[in-house]
Ligand binder design. Structure first.
Ligand code: ZN
Ligand code: ZN
Length: 419
């Protein structure tokens, strides 16, 4: 098996395994045939020109991570300031490869990645998942995306450059202008910081942006056919984002009953990123990173309520799509989020759905990806071990296909792979 493009019409058979179709129902035994980059057939007793034996393993839709930052490899604010500008892009190329090899075939980059990076992946210059980019995060002065330090220097997590305009914005007119700049830079999503954050020196519990600014941002995004994703921890920030029509709330840590009710009424998605505060805590405890003031304390405070808040959203029936904030955590370890969601009370097949069919729906890509169904793009992952136990999923990915090409494979561990 090579990773070169298969010949047109040639049928690749994934034989002898089970299929998790993305819908959340239990896997069932089936072969999968892939041809011309798409899923051609799903069923039993199929044949093909080439064969990958997946006996005892499960074929799933390629995973989607709805919240990553491939342009950061680290949250050490001092190291970031010392990183040469162009090195960030080479690091991003590595991060994209690690993400793809982990079985993530689509990501939404929640700030950092620009159109050039997306083109590099699309043209096959570098391996990586399909990218949907927010490019920059809109933030008010002194808000979550403002890198201004009290000393007067600037130490942003993400640098502005020709591909990524500044997201700092105040007032309605400037909001309109900033969204238009992002549209011009080929953003796929518009991201706003609707509350304070962990990796910034603002107050986590304060809402950010006034109503008129949010109205303008969402309207201008809609005029360009784009949806809005809102970083929000504070309940008031979550509610404002939902009321103004954000399609997804990121983190959503301090969900109260009213926020949950609003999300249900507006059909708003929650992208919980349970892994993010835990990654910050681990980094703070290792004491080897320069973090913004108060970051460790905030991460601990968030981690304490995050799982319970997520659980309440799950129980209430809020639509949930997997996101990790990778970049804050380690690229390639994205699927630990599945385990965290399951541990917080989401049934395992639901967690898998949130990272496949649901994520595709949030991103409006469900006509192309997110299920194992004839006609869809053959972005597929082969996993060994049981699906009702989501421990160490990253280590259980044995094969990754992207548009019908095998882009990563490793030998299954005999014990888990053979059963
Ligand atoms: Zn955020
Ligand atoms: Zn983020």
């Amino acid at each position: 098996m090579s990773s070169t493009d298969p010949l047109p019409g040639r049928r690749l058979l994934l034989s002898g395994g089970s299929v998790f179709d993305g819908s959340g129902s239990a896997p069932r035994e089936a072969d999968v045939v892939v041809a011309d980059g798409r899923i051609a057939e799903v069923g039993t007793g199929l044949d093909g020109d080439d064969m990958v034996d997946v006996t005892g393993r499960t074929v799933l839709p390629g995973f989607t991570d709805c919240h990553v930052h491939v342009m950061i490899s680290d949250i050490d604010i001092w190291r970031i300031q010392q990183t040469p500008f162009s090195l960030m892009f080479f690091e991003a190329a590595r991060n994209l490869r690690l993400t793809l090899e982990a079985g993530i075939t689509t990501v939404r980059d929640a700030a950092g990645a620009d159109y050039g990076l997306k083109q590099a992946v699309e043209t096959g210059l570098i391996p990586g998942p399909r990218l949907l980019n927010a490019i920059s995060m809109l933030s008010q002065t002194g808000g979550h995306g403002d890198g201004h330090q009290i000393s007067g220097t600037e130490a942003p997590l993400f640098r502005s450059h020709p591909g990524a305009p500044s997201g700092l914005v105040d007032g309605v007119d400037q909001a309109r202008h900033r969204v238009r700049e992002l549209v011009r830079a080929r953003a796929d999503w518009i991201k706003v910081a609707a509350s304070g954050g962990v990796l910034s020196e603002d107050d986590l519990h304060h809402r950010q942006f006034r109503d008129d600014e949010l109205t303008e941002i969402v309207a201008e995004a809609a005029a360009a056919g784009l949806d809005v994703m809102a970083h929000a921890h504070a309940a008031e920030g979550i509610k404002a984002a939902v009321r103004h029509g954000a399609r997804s709330v990121e983190h959503g840590v301090y969900l109260d009953d009213e926020a949950i009710d609003l999300m249900l009424r507006h059909n708003t998605w929650l992208v919980p990123t349970l892994a993010a505060p835990l990654a910050v805590i681990a980094r703070a405890e290792a004491q080897n990173a320069a973090l913004p003031r108060g970051t460790a304390e905030k991460a601990r405070e968030v981690a304490e309520v995050h799982a319970a808040s997520f659980r309440r959203a799950v129980d209430a029936g809020v639509r949930i799509a997997m996101g990790t904030d990778a970049g804050v955590g380690t690229h390639g370890e994205n699927l630990v989020e599945l385990e965290l969601m399951a541990r917080a009370g989401m049934p395992p097949f639901e967690a898998l759905r949130s990272a496949t069919a649901s994520a595709a729906e949030l991103l409006r890509l469900d006509h192309e990806i997110g299920a194992v169904r004839p006609g869809l793009v053959a972005d597929l992952v082969v996993l060994e071990g049981p699906l009702d136990d989501l421990c160490a999923v990253s280590d259980r990915v044995t094969t990754v296909l992207q548009a019908g090409r095998v882009v990563h494979r490793r030998a299954p561990a005999t014990a888990a792979g053979a059963q």
